[in-house]
Design a protein around this ligand. Structure first.
Ligand SMILES: *Cc1c(COP(=O)(O)O)cnc(C)c1O
Length: 459
């Protein structure tokens, strides 16, 4: 396989990709779950001699698709989406061909500069103030880890970086009981300990109770802990909970605490001005993460972090050994100093292609449809005698259940074995509920209506 062969095989791959996507509606959404069925088709040892690409490609076509859960299927309503617009796929092909590693500005100025412009395009698109700059990470998990490491070091006055955490005061971070497990994971990895993530109870609207946040911080101070920051939830993964940003940030700022907002899923919806009231006050945050790779069509992986002032994070994550120093370093941004990994992919290219190929109006139209269709579906399902809508749509996510957990679980299994749609579950207030999120790039109103059809068929 050489570069001349690549020209031929890239075309074959493009044809394959076209046929794959064109055929998705006819396939079951979720892979049949037979552990070992795929691995057993691969030889146990790597080949010693080169093999022809024809054989490799044929095996790919034979072995891989039957083991796929089709994330781009228009009737994928599980988890959250991982949308890949066609324009984004094309940009990824080009980024693959370039195969640049953009750790420093000079290791490919285009990678850094297009990233800076795309972060600013998105800042404007989401209606955030001009003082926010930012960067692109692989995932919201890494972004939240970066924010929590920065909170840790600000609280320790940068001593943790060199001295470690031994002998340091016990730090506390505050978040609601609706925040994503990535916050717990960040506490573990940052060496702060999951027990020092204080989970604040939510009220009837599923926002963190601000009086409880205030009381928890005051109690920790009295007990000799050091509060280090607050993580707010803008669109929780379980049922789409939103903390009241403005009120929570006012409490945090009364104690001079940095605030990180996790809008991994819901952030994309903020390109529509009518949804921004859900995160009113967000401009008071220090750090905000959202994943264009979920609902905006810029395929996985692409997590954007906006920072009011990047310098504390750069001070926390940036290192400049002699082999990374460059003569231009005062004039340019070296994004490796903003993120956990040193190496960085050219992720901004797919944002550039996606934003231009669909325009904000095209992307807003999709999100508005998803929200409206989710609301229609919740209304229709609510009329099915056995079904109870447990949480109403938060943007395009709602949950439903039957009379008992066992019945709900049995229905979910039947739905996913049926294959026409794919749904997943969560626990809400102790109850097993089925989540429905609408967000596929190519889904139609008919695709969404199929959820009601399938539920009625299987009840
Ligand atoms: C998906 C999600 C995450 C984790 O995202 P990754 O990019 O996969 O790490 C974190 N928080 C929320 C609210 C999410 O929906």
């Amino acid at each position: 396989m050489n570069h001349d062969d690549l020209r031929h095989w890239s075309k074959r791959a493009a044809d394959w990709a076209h046929d794959y996507h064109a055929g998705l509606r006819g396939k079951p959404v979720r892979a049949p779950l037979i552990p070992g069925a795929i691995a057993s088709q691969l030889p146990p040892h790597p080949p010693e001699a080169p093999e022809p690409m024809e054989a490799i490609f044929a095996d790919f076509d034979r072995i891989v698709p039957p083991g796929l859960t089709h994330w781009q299927h228009p009737r994928f309503f599980a988890y959250f989406p991982a949308n890949a617009s066609p324009a984004s796929m094309l940009a990824e092909q080009l980024a693959n061909a370039i195969a640049a590693q953009g750790m420093l500005w000079q290791t490919s100025p285009a990678v850094t500069e297009i990233e800076q412009v795309m972060v600013d395009w998105l800042r404007q698109s989401l209606g955030l103030p001009v003082e926010f700059t930012g960067t692109i990470h692989d995932s919201a998990t890494t972004t939240t880890l970066s924010a929590i490491l920065t909170m840790r070091e600000q609280a320790l006055e940068w001593a943790g970086l060199t001295k470690g955490l031994q002998g340091q005061p016990r730090l506390r971070i505050y978040a609601s009981d609706q925040t994503h497990s990535s916050v717990d994971k960040a506490m573990r990895i940052a060496g702060l300990g999951q027990d020092n993530l204080v989970k604040i109870a939510t009220d009837a609207t599923l926002s963190m109770t601000t009086s409880a946040l205030q009381a928890a911080i005051a109690a920790d101070l009295a007990a000799g802990f050091v509060p280090a920051g607050v993580v707010l939830c803008a669109g929780g993964t379980s049922v789409g909970a939103f903390d009241r940003m403005g009120d929570c940030i006012t409490v945090a700022k009364a104690y001079d605490l940095p605030v990180h907002v996790d809008a991994a899923w819901a952030g994309s919806a903020m390109i529509c001005p009518e949804f921004r009231s859900l995160w009113a006050g967000v401009e008071g945050a220090d750090s905000i993460v959202f994943n264009p790779h979920k609902w905006l069509g810029a395929q996985f992986d692409c997590a954007v972090q906006f920072l009011r002032d990047p310098s504390p994070q750069i001070k926390t994550l940036g290192l400049r050994p002699s082999y990374l120093q460059t003569a231009d370093r005062e004039e340019v941004v070296n994004f490796n100093e903003w993120t956990v990994p040193l190496g960085r992919r050219f992720r901004a290219l797919k944002l550039w292609f996606t934003l231009r190929a669909y325009g904000l109006e095209g992307l807003r139209g999709r999100i508005r449809n998803h929200v409206a269709w989710a609301q229609d579906l919740a209304l229709a399902l609510g009329k099915v005698a056995e079904v109870e809508i447990v949480t109403q749509p938060s943007l395009s996510l709602f949950t439903f259940a039957l009379g008992s957990d066992a019945a709900t679980e049995a229905l979910l299994t039947a739905i996913n074995d049926d294959g026409r749609i794919y749904l997943t579950q969560t626990r809400h207030q102790g109850r097993f509920v089925i989540r429905v999120q609408v967000g596929q790039f190519d889904c139609t109103a008919q695709d969404v209506q199929m959820v009601e059809t399938v539920v009625r068929d299987l009840l």
